[in-house]
Design a protein around this ligand. Structure first.
Ligand code: GYE
Length: 327
């Protein structure tokens, strides 16, 4: 769309705060929940005019949206960036225009951190490290040797923080514990692509027993592929199951999968950033300086209570068993 297509907020006479939000896309359940959280937070009743732009997974669209927000002289720009790199120029333009930029969910990798005001989101590498510690504790409890863990990794969109961090967390587990990492291919955070990638993996390797998916939608796709190949999903590796691990845990559907051991463990990733971004804006409205980086506290959801906590860098995180109570 061009600048003309995007309507200026109708009632500029009010003292509502104008927020331009460049969302990266609509690829997953997590993303839908995140968009909903932003829309339900930045309402007229709460004193905001939200201009929402969906980048449809294209950085060029997001850059165009930010430039339009600058022309519209919004009060704040909120950016959920599709990938980490390539933002220096447009963020410089926003800075020169004096518009604060809040980065949400995924990070930007810029030469000068003063190009954005602050960030709020998850620590994706920590999520991956927690999952690696879970897998290690799980395999010890089941008496499975590290060299008998044969993993395929369905990655997220390459270059997105959530992919970079979760992949690193797995790779560190592989380096530390000596698992057999067979392959890594992007499933683009979608169910369709996750299925396609898993189909290819199953044709190529006959000894896969763990699938490390970088979000739940990929896990749903992987599950379809495993079943279509006549295999079973679950945590009984000795019986020939392929065990699915993933991240997010935002939908009833994904929690149901954990309950049924269709996904054995999910690293929690909280999408409800609307109120967090609003809190940052309120701090800025008061003329104060928020923390540059804020991270959300997260745990893990597991099918059973074999592992009840994991420790990363001396910090312990809760592994919550999914049963009827937390659903
Ligand atoms: O895990 C995935 C989504 O950036 C945390 O993006 C987000 C990730 C989330 O597509 O489902």
């Amino acid at each position: 769309s061009t600048a003309e297509d995007i309507a200026a907020p109708e009632d500029t006479q009010t003292d509502r705060i104008v927020v331009g939000f460049s969302q990266l896309g609509a690829e997953s359940d997590w993303r839908s929940a995140n968009t909903e959280s932003m829309k339900s937070t930045f309402t007229k009743e709460a004193g905001y005019d939200l201009i929402f732009e969906d980048g449809q997974q294209k950085q060029a669209n997001q850059i165009r949206a930010i430039r339009t927000f600058i022309q519209q002289e919004v009060d704040y720009i909120v950016l959920a960036p599709v990938t980490e790199t390539g933002w220096d120029t447009v963020l410089r333009e926003a800075k020169d225009a004096g518009i604060p930029v809040i980065i949400v969910d995924r990070k930007v990798d810029v030469e000068d951190d003063s190009l954005f005001t602050c960030f709020v989101g998850s620590d994706f590498e920590l999520e991956g490290l927690k999952m690696s510690e879970w897998l290690n504790s799980f395999s010890i409890s089941k008496g499975i040797a590290p060299e008998d863990i044969h993993i395929v990794n369905i990655q997220g969109n390459i270059g997105a923080s959530a992919q970079i961090g979760r992949t690193r967390g797995l790779e560190q587990g592989v380096a530390k514990y000596g698992w057999d990492l067979l392959d890594q291919v992007s499933g683009e955070f979608t169910q369709a692509k996750g299925k396609e990638v898993m189909e290819a993996f199953l044709k190529k390797y006959d000894n896969i027993n763990v699938v490390y998916c970088e979000n739940d939608n990929e896990a749903f796709g992987a599950m379809e592929a495993i079943r279509a190949a006549g295999r079973t999903v679950g945590s009984d590796l000795a019986a020939g199951d392929i065990m699915i691990l993933s991240f997010d845990g935002v939908s009833t559907e994904s929690m149901d999968c954990v309950l049924k051991d269709e996904i054995t463990c999910i690293g929690e990733c909280n999408p409800l950033h609307g109120p967090r971004v609003e809190a940052l804006i309120q701090i800025l409205e008061e003329g104060r300086t928020p923390e540059k980086f804020s991270y959300v506290e997260e745990g893990l959801y597991a099918h059973d209570d074999t592992v009840t906590s994991v420790t990363v860098d001396d910090k312990t995180y809760r592994v919550q068993q999914v049963d009827s109570e937390i659903r």
